[in-house]
Write a protein that binds this ligand. Structure first.
Ligand code: ADP
Ligand code: MG
Length: 702
């Protein structure tokens, strides 16, 4: 008997070799296997007679091989040509690079096959032909194929994985289902299932893989069958339950209450170098209302790159400190933390706070001293990565925590963070994100937080122009740069940083520096990268900010936070290697002053389809929301990097864009459920148990 958490190697047809292949792709348990649903379904329930085929039709046929042969062609591979008949007529099938079919003798005369594909008319000989159709051979089977997995039914088509074909996966999945313990229990609460007519888990798993003849193939292929809907709902519900539970806990907690009086208002004004936009004012008011209430603040501040979140966050910091409390800003990376530190030093300078930073490479003695001063209350604002929380840092009276998620931290990581430090629940927390996801989506994905949106750009911005230049045309890019430099403007040149290989990136940036210095011999060029010591980095950034450096060559360390309004060119090398969110962030480094800015995306001329689309999207719009939509659409499940960048969880079946109605439903049900008598922890555990061990995020939360 198999259970959902049984290792996949115990499924019939999966030996140690296959199980290793599957594990390598995240499929470790029976549950992992079963949650990997078909990518599409084919109607092989009824076969089309060969004498009633017509061109353009997608048809399943069931026929015998009449003859077959290799046609040698000039290109390698040749064409394999088979003629089939079912007694009523003939049809041809051709496979390019088909030598393997010839060798395998799959299509020897007399063999019985099922074929599925589009019927085309060969204009030369007027024959009907399938080009590269899907096919399967029907083995002699005692029941004449009545229980075949491959014919006479709606057939699941799987994405191949670990060298296993769709057909092999069909067999493995089928045997997993038939050996599955019949007592496998359904974790989804019964009232919820009934309310939405969700089928029970076991039959749901059976039918999503092997639908009944009566199931609507159209609904199946739209992922809109009751089975799909239930599994999608369950995935969302699992997340929403965690969020709803947290929300309920914080809503009941006793928080730290701040006051705002005239003196405090004056201090807040002191740090403002400009008039806030209406959106900034509105969001600040929402934050202030939270801070003045007796319950902890739990707010998400969302705003596109350059919308002016930083200053609003610092306004909140001023309120906390003016009330005699300490504040902490946490960033997902050390580089980001440092950038916040630079900003804090600059923006908060008039108030002369004591500001501490937990930076990379800090000496143990310095770190000890920093922690001592935090505990003694000698530091008013501290900035660092989440290590700040994980190391159980002692504060004298921490009153405000700002978590900058940018596009990397993510809901999941934040929840883990909260778990590590339950005390944070009572604190006023402001989460910042630059991920411009649509409002309804944000509400559900950040279901534990109240939402504030800065939906207006500061005035006086001129739109950034974006151009795509291939490396063969590099001169074009240099000309644009030369022109701007001659006007006294400054440029960024960015090289990709792939975290796994910092060394290689460093190499590419160092080489980049040489190249740029050669191309612009009369300009001052400097290099900035993540492995530099903090004070070196500071010096270079200061040089760029004060205008003593014309061109800053860097790895992606400048992705966020850097703010030099005289910089008008952002040249991104190997733009094809960046995700959309990252490109958008980088582009947001320019266009910050009154000068017109240009973002140049440099890439090789040959690009993959997705890279092409990303670059195209960047060229055609600067709207973060539009880009986020493209991003979500392009990013298939399994592209973990993309998801990590967006800071939103990855789902196995669910799709945030397409399934937002079910997401909203899941949020509603989860919030209702946590108000009831049930034990949320227990429900989370049983949901996690059926979601498969290899689930990239959710299973480990809650
Ligand atoms: P975000 O963090 O949302 O990407 P920032 O806070 O870094 O954006 O702000 C982007 C730029 O706009 C900064 O140079 C900032 O000084 C400037 N800025 C912010 N708010 C205003 C405003 N109300 N008026 C003018 N400039 C502003
Ligand atoms: Mg910022």
């Amino acid at each position: 008997m198999l259970r959902l958490d049984t290792e996949v190697q115990f499924v019939k047809g999966v030996g140690p070799r296959r199980s290793a292949l599957l594990s390598a792709r995240g499929i470790r348990t029976v549950g992992d296997l079963l949650i990997r649903i078909p990518k599409s379904y084919q109607d092989r329930a009824s076969f089309v007679r060969l004498d009633s085929l017509h061109p353009g039709q997608d048809a399943a046929i069931h026929a015998r091989i009449y003859q077959s042969r290799m046609i040698q062609t000039r290109s390698r591979g040749g064409i394999f040509h088979a003629v089939l008949t079912d007694g009523t007529s003939f049809v041809h099938a051709k496979w390019f690079h088909g030598a393997y079919l010839h060798q395998s003798r799959t299509f020897s005369a007399g063999r019985e096959v099922v074929m599925y594909g589009r019927v085309e008319l060969d204009t030369r000989d007027r024959n009907f032909v399938f080009f590269n159709p899907e096919f399967e051979c029907i083995e002699e089977s005692p029941d004449n194929g009545a229980n075949s997995l491959d014919i006479g039914r709606i057939v699941p088509i799987y994405e191949e994985i670990g060298g296993l074909t769709s057909r092999q996966l069909r067999r493995i999945t089928s045997s997993a289902l038939s050996d599955l313990d019949s007592t496998v229990s359904d974790p989804l609460p019964e009232p919820i299932r009934t309310r939405h007519q969700f089928p029970e888990l076991r039959s749901c798993l059976e039918r999503i893989h092997f639908p009944a003849k009566t199931d609507s193939i159209a609904a199946l292929n739209r992922r809109d069958s009751p089975y799909h809907r239930r599994l999608i709902f369950q995935e969302f519900f699992q997340l929403e339950l965690v969020l709803a539970n947290r929300r309920r806990q914080t809503q009941r907690a006793q928080g730290i209450q701040f006051e705002t009086n005239d003196a405090i208002r004056r201090q807040v004004k002191q740090i403002l170098p400009f008039h806030p936009t209406n959106a900034q004012k509105r969001v600040l008011k929402e934050i202030v209302d939270d801070l003045r209430s007796p319950f902890p603040m739990n707010r998400l501040m969302q705003g596109d790159v350059g919308s002016g979140k930083t200053i609003v966050a610092f306004e909140a910091v001023v309120i906390a400190i003016a009330n005699g409390y300490q504040a902490a800003i946490m960033a997902p990376t050390e580089i980001l933390a440092e950038q916040h530190y630079w900003n804090a030093m600059r923006i908060l300078a008039p108030l002369q706070y004591s500001i501490g930073v937990l930076r990379r490479g800090i000496k143990p003695a310095e770190k000890k001293e920093l922690f001592r001063r935090l505990a003694a209350g000698e530091i008013q604002l501290v900035i660092g990565t989440h290590v700040l929380i994980e190391e159980k840092t002692e504060f004298r009276n921490l009153g405000l925590v700002i978590i900058d998620e940018q596009h990397r931290f993510g809901v999941i990581q934040r929840l883990r963070l909260m778990e590590k430090s339950p005390a944070i629940e009572k604190l006023n927390t402001l989460v910042m994100t630059a991920t411009p996801i649509p409002r309804t989506l944000a509400m559900s994905v950040y279901g534990d937080l109240d939402l504030s949106v800065i939906d207006e750009m500061p005035p006086g911005r001129t739109p950034i122009q974006t151009v795509h230049v291939t490396v063969n045309d590099a001169a074009k890019a240099w000309n644009i740069m030369r022109e701007e430099l001659s006007r006294g403007r400054q440029c960024y040149v960015v090289y990709p940083l792939i975290e796994e290989s910092e060394k290689i990136d460093l190499k590419s940036a160092t080489e980049g520096l040489e190249k740029i210095s050669k191309t612009f011999p009369d300009r001052r060029v400097a290099l900035l990268h993540g492995r530099m010591k903090s004070d070196e980095k500071d010096a270079i950034m200061r040089g760029f900010a004060s205008g003593t450096v014309d061109i800053l060559v860097s790895t992606t360390v400048i992705e966020v936070g850097v703010d030099v309004s005289n910089a008008t060119i952002m040249l991104i090398q190997h733009a094809e290697r960046f995700g959309l969110a990252q490109l958008h962030q980088l582009r947001g480094r320019v266009g910050r002053g009154r000068h017109r800015s240009t973002c140049i995306l440099m890439s090789p001329s040959r690009l993959g389809e997705a890279a092409q689309e990303r670059i195209q999207a960047m060229v055609s719009t600067t709207d973060g929301f539009r880009l986020a939509e493209v991003d979500l659409r392009l990013r298939g499940p399994g592209e973990l990097a993309g998801t990590r960048q967006s800071g939103i969880p990855e789902f196995r079946i669910a799709n945030l864009m397409e399934d937002s109605a079910l997401l909203a439903l899941a949020q509603q049900e989860a919030r209702q459920w946590v108000e009831g008598p049930g034990d949320p922890e227990a429900l989370m555990a049983s949901l996690a148990a059926t979601s498969g061990a290899g689930h990239p995020g959710l299973a480990t939360v809650g």
